[in-house]
Ligand binder design. Sequence first.
Ligand code: PAF
Length: 285
Amino acid sequence: MAAENLPIVRTVAALRAQVEAWRDSGLKVAFAPTMGALHEGHLSLIRLGLDRADRVVASIFVNPTQFGPNEDFDRYPRNEAGDSALLAGAGCHLLFAPSVQEMYPHGFATTITVTGVSEPLDGAARPGHFNGVATVVTKLLNQARPDIAIFGEKDYQQLQVIRRLVRDLDLPVEVVGAPIARAEDGLALSSRNAYLDSAQRQIAGQMNKALADAVARLAAGESVERVEATGRAALERHGFETVDYFEVRLVEDLSHPGPGPCSAPARVFAAAHLGRTRLIDNMGA
Ligand code: PAF
């Protein structure tokens, strides 16, 4: 499909009408919510959608409620024309690009809070972040009403928060996680990588290596306590300025496995800053 042919809808009514029409005619619809500044990782969500469904809808909405007061909402990269060309090239069928007013009209007063799984890691480092994510994702899923919704595993905690809210609120949608897309040196693709200068970009690749090393150490039976301390020290040694966390968490509910060796299914999570840029990544152990 040529880029200029990607239909864009900006209202909930137009989005619903199109998705309903597809579903009424027996077509399966996949939905990939994004905040734009698209890269290969986002396009892999579209391709996964095309594998699983007949029609793929993407949304671009830089959601103000998931950014803290000192975070990068204002400077978050926005390029709708470039993004819609990429989406069209990947085979996406429809883009939903609502305004802030469409999403949060005057008088909006509801917040979705998911307890438990949203509390550690980014929940602790970015207070209020997952309330913003849970609220906007609940709205987006209810607006689009797709058969399946696809989210990247780079934001693994976000994925678990969304799985929890979909179960708890009985939302009729299948949530699908997409594997992390990585650059050649292993850096997880992220819209925020665009903020990095070349020296920071060199350092950034070390986060993936520290996670891979942690996964190997856990597999060899090293204690969680040691693995976490070694990973944090590696990030600091390589030049990450503030390490928010380098932690092992159980996959099921993101609880901490305790200090000793860990044999239950787990993942290692890292978040650290390079200048004004905060990077996160995770890896299955
Ligand atoms: O992962 C993102 O891009 C956002 O958190 C999401 C899921 C689109 C909600 O704003």
